[in-house]
Ligand binder design. Structure first.
Ligand SMILES: Cc1cc2nc3c(=O)[nH]c(=O)nc-3n(C[C@H](O)[C@H](O)[C@H](O)COP(=O)(O)OP(=O)(O)OC[C@H]3O[C@@H](n4cnc5c(N)ncnc54)[C@H](O)[C@@H]3O)c2cc1C
Length: 378
């Protein structure tokens, strides 16, 4: 797919920012695990915190393809910054953009889209991951409030988010039809934090446990209607898969960049690494598969922008990009030899970061279930 000039210009602009301001921070964020608040501020200044949201709601007023390009370019330089951007834009911002009333959009969407507030999405629970329809967190009506009880786990930016979309069931016997989506604001009594996870990769991204104990929120914080939660999170996850695909793609491209530069800079027995046939073979495989993943992601984004069904294509994009991304990161380590497993080079960080892409936003097995269901007919 050939990018139009406006997409190419946008890509060049984001790449310049990422190379100059994000890439130099990647190693330090991985080592310290610090959250890059200053980079979030810069993303906001550059109108990257809600690329696809219309300008009237504080976004950049661009399309999903622009958004996928932004996530790819940022992640190529730093996966931790990339996942912040993807989670904030797709998981924190989107549900309100998709299902919020005008009043809710004015209250929460605008500051989120402008990057003045950080958004998060609480779906996963200690015993509820892939089967998100089995949510155990409950919401009951008490006078003019909903009272939420339960625990959410693995929530990106959870403990630093100002606005969190939380799924909860009002009637477990109704299965997915009993689930609703609510907006919970930081500081609400009854809302506290468990531990932030120590993860294999993406160390500069915060992954939190959120605890709700008789947490009363106004009735106005319901998104959509009661029972709409499943529809809202399915739509959120479909779009989110394009961004996680773009994130996996960016990390894979970063791995290829690292492998190319190492193979050009290093010699073995007096011969440059890049002249060795096995190295060239790995570079060719990585480059081809990365290009194929990019086409799948752009295609899914273009379908979404055209208002056409894209569930299958988004699942394919996320599944393929994370699978070949993991392979590319592994090859990048191999090309570096023993240097590849030391923290003097980025290859091992990229491999650790990429592994999480096969799990988050639905595992590869779940993506295959979605794809097969669409191919075979429901
Ligand atoms: C980096 C990262 C960020 C995340 N951010 C968020 C976030 O912001 N908000 C949020 O809500 N969640 C978030 N998550 C959680 C994520 O979405 C879940 O990890 C994911 O849905 C898988 O759930 P689980 O980890 O509980 O695995 P499980 O569902 O327990 O799966 C374990 C294994 O069983 C397999 N499996 C499970 N069910 C089936 C099935 N029906 N058929 C076949 N195989 C199956 C899986 O493929 C996997 O191999 C994040 C995860 C990661 C890695």
């Amino acid at each position: 797919m050939i990018l139009q000039s406006q997409h190419k210009e946008f890509q060049a602009r984001v790449r310049r920012f990422a190379e100059q301001e994000v890439a130099p921070r990647a190693r330090e964020l991985d080592r310290t695990g610090e959250f890059p608040h200053d980079l979030v501020k810069r993303l906001a200044e550059l109108q990257l915190t809600a690329v696809y949201v219309p300008k009237e709601y504080g976004g950049a007023g661009l399309d999903t393809l622009h958004y996928a390009i932004a996530v790819e370019e940022i992640s190529r330089s730093c996966g931790s910054t990339g996942i912040f951007l993807a989670a904030h834009s797709s998981l924190g911002v989107f549900p309100i953009f998709f299902a919020g009333t005008e009043e809710q959009k004015r209250k929460w969407l605008i500051p989120l889209a402008r990057g003045e507030k950080i958004g998060a999405f609480g779906l996963t629970e200690p015993d509820v991951g892939s089967d998100a329809a089995a949510t155990r967190t409950t919401a009951r009506i008490e006078s003019d409030t909903y009272v939420i009880n339960g625990t959410k786990r693995f929530i990106t930016s959870g403990s630093i988010a100002d606005v969190i979309i939380v799924t909860a069931t009002q009637d477990p016997s109704k299965g997915y039809k009993g689930i609703s989506a609510f907006v919970v604001e930081k500081g609400t009594p009854g809302f506290s934090y468990g531990k932030d996870e120590e993860k294999l990769g993406l160390h500069g991204s915060i992954t939190s446990e959120l605890v709700f104990e008789d947490c009363a929120i106004p009735r106005d914080n319901l998104l959509g209607s009661e029972g709409d939660g499943f529809r809202i999170f399915m739509e959120t996850l479909d779009g989110g898969r394009i961004s996680i695909g773009a994130l996996a793609l960016g990390i894979a491209q970063g791995a290829l960049d690292a492998a190319v530069s190492f193979s050009k800079a290093s010699k073995r027995s007096g011969k440059p690494l890049y002249k060795m046939q096995p190295v060239q073979s790995m570079i060719a495989e990585m480059a081809t598969e990365i290009e194929a993943a990019r086409l799948l992601i752009y295609h899914a984004a273009a379908l979404k922008d055209s208002g056409l069904p894209y569930m299958k294509e988004a699942a394919m994009a996320k599944y393929y990009a994370s699978t070949i991304g993991m392979k590319a990161a592994n090859m990048a380590v191999d090309i570096h030899g023993l240097c590849g497993v030391t923290d003097a080079y980025p290859a091992e960080r990229l491999m650790r970061d990429e592994k999480l892409m096969e799990i988050g936003e639905g595992t590869s097995e779940i993506q295959k279930i979605v794809i097969a269901r669409e191919v075979l007919g429901k």
